[in-house]
Design a protein around this ligand. Structure first.
Ligand code: SF4
Ligand code: SF4
Length: 468
């Protein structure tokens, strides 16, 4: 048997999930706490992510939240700039760009997002699992506790753990809602009588129970069976994708290490440390698997064992299959070039749309059921409705000018003023001298001004008495 074939030697692991037994029951993963360079870096990064996650909804500039993702009203605020349903094209393009970026990133770096930036992994491994180690002890003590009878100690530890889990889930749910409905609305739900905000209060409880269920029960099953991004790995990864990989050429034939031995077989000492630390319960020595979230715990565990027996580190490391089997260095494949080109085009289009985005969204329509009106001084008028959405946060006084014809604008009632982040409607006449009208229908361009600054040009038509 060639060394290259070892990785495919026993494929029975592909027939079942590592977390399900032969009776179809869930096998609980008691992951050993990782220790090592990668784990330390991930801990520091996680603290930064958590600080950002719990701080962002509380940052306001001029009384407005810096980030808000108001799905209900379809209003999204990034760095204080609010995008409205009318900015749908920017938002749609942003989503496509984000997806292409994720695909592109995954093709090159595999599932690195899952291990290093996914909120599920960060909360599960860096918050909830650490609390579990703190209350219930290490992985072995947890197993003994779970399998043992309900003693006072077990009741105390389980009650304490689930109370803390529920409390943290409640905090996460509050923060999550602050992103969605806004901090001010959240404070009202919390501080005012429940009857006034029953829907919001129920939503808060539902999210709390969802997070509690995910982190206390579902756990790795979210990554293994629920997350759609995880399901996509099969089509996104190729033999050049860099993933957490076991170097089977170097590691096989595996065998126990004996003190002072001169190693005549592979470097894997079959210590199972990489399996014990894996939060999804897999054996990375079987090759890249959909369950692997690239958390790097097995790298740390294996490096530690290599240090102990005096063998070089990196038996498990970030590498592509071609990197290991063919000793190839990273190369720009046609697929990567294609995604890069697409990403550049999409980012260019996004930048253009963002730069050309207007503060106003104006709709002008002729009032239905009327053609034109005869006015004094041998003039003709048309009546129009105008609807203006002010996407900025300032109150804007608006004036209208006809840009491409000699014609006056006469607003009915008060001058048009639109409050910040609100919509205003009004009605106005366009009055044109009869001698300027050359056809039954004249295309007009209306300039929408704030003072002397033109913000937008809107097209409409003017109906006159002459036939074409
Ligand atoms: S195989 Fe390694 S990197 Fe993948 S999930 Fe398990 S411990 Fe993490
Ligand atoms: S930790 Fe390293 S040496 Fe130990 S079983 Fe895993 S791959 Fe082999």
């Amino acid at each position: 048997m060639a060394k290259d074939d070892v990785i495919y030697e026993e494929d029975d692991f592909r027939d079942h999930l590592a977390t399900v037994d032969e009776q179809g029951k869930r096998k609980w993963v008691y992951a050993q706490e990782p220790k090592g360079w990668y784990y330390n870096i991930r801990t520091v990064l996680s603290l930064i992510y958590l600080a950002i996650f719990f701080t962002l909804p509380f940052i306001k500039i001029k009384g407005h939240q810096l980030f808000q993702f108001n799905i209900l009203e379809r209003k999204f605020t990034f760095f204080g700039v609010t995008f409205w349903p009318q900015d749908f094209f920017i938002f749609g393009l942003g989503m496509i760009t984000f997806l292409v970026f994720i695909v592109f990133f995954t093709v090159i770096f595999g599932r690195v997002f899952c291990g290093w930036a996914c909120p599920q992994t960060i909360f599960m491994e860096m918050v909830f699992r650490k609390i579990e180690y703190w209350i219930e002890g290490n992985h072995n003590q947890q197993r003994v506790l779970n399998n043992g009878p309900w003693t006072n100690e077990k009741i105390f530890k389980k009650s304490l753990k689930h109370t803390v889990f529920f409390g943290i889930s409640f905090v996460i749910a509050n923060t999550f809602l602050a992103y969605v409905i806004g901090l001010d609305n959240l404070i009202k739900i919390i501080s005012e009588p429940i009857a006034l905000h029953l829907t919001g209060f129920i939503a808060l409880l539902v999210f709390t129970f969802v997070f509690y269920g995910v982190f206390s029960y579902l756990r790795e099953q979210v990554c293994i069976a629920i997350c759609p991004y995880g399901r996509l790995q099969g089509v996104l990864l190729d033999k050049d994708s860099i993933v957490v990989a076991y170097d089977n050429l170097r590691g096989e034939q595996r065998g126990k290490f004996r003190k002072n031995e001169v190693r005549a077989i592979g470097d894997c000492i079959d210590c199972y440390q990489c399996v014990k630390v894996c939060p999804t319960g897999i054996d990375i020595r079987n090759g890249t698997q959909l369950e692997c979230v690239n958390c790097t715990a097995c790298i740390d565990a294996c490096d530690h064992m290599m240090d102990k027996v005096g063998l070089p580190r990196g038996l498990i490391r970030y590498a592509s299959e071609n990197n290991i089997i063919k000793k190839e260095k990273f190369k720009f494949t046609p697929r990567i070039k294609g995604y890069s080109a697409l990403l550049v085009v999409l980012i260019g289009a996004m930048v253009f749309m963002l730069v050309s985005r207007k503060d106003l969204d104006t709709t002008i329509t002729r009032v239905g059921g009327m053609l034109y009106q005869k006015q004094a001084n041998d003039s003709i008028s048309n009546l129009y409705n105008i609807k203006i959405l002010n996407k900025s946060r300032e109150q804007l006084p608006i004036t209208l000018k006809v840009e491409n014809a000699i014609a006056d604008v006469k607003v009915i009632g008060k001058n048009i003023t639109v409050k910040g982040e609100e919509t205003a409607t009004s009605t106005f006449f366009i009055i044109m001298p009869k001698k300027e009208i050359n056809s039954r229908k004249t295309d007009l361009k209306i300039g929408v001004y704030r003072g002397n600054i033109k913000i937008q040009t809107v097209k409409t038509s003017f109906m006159g008495p002459l036939s074409d």
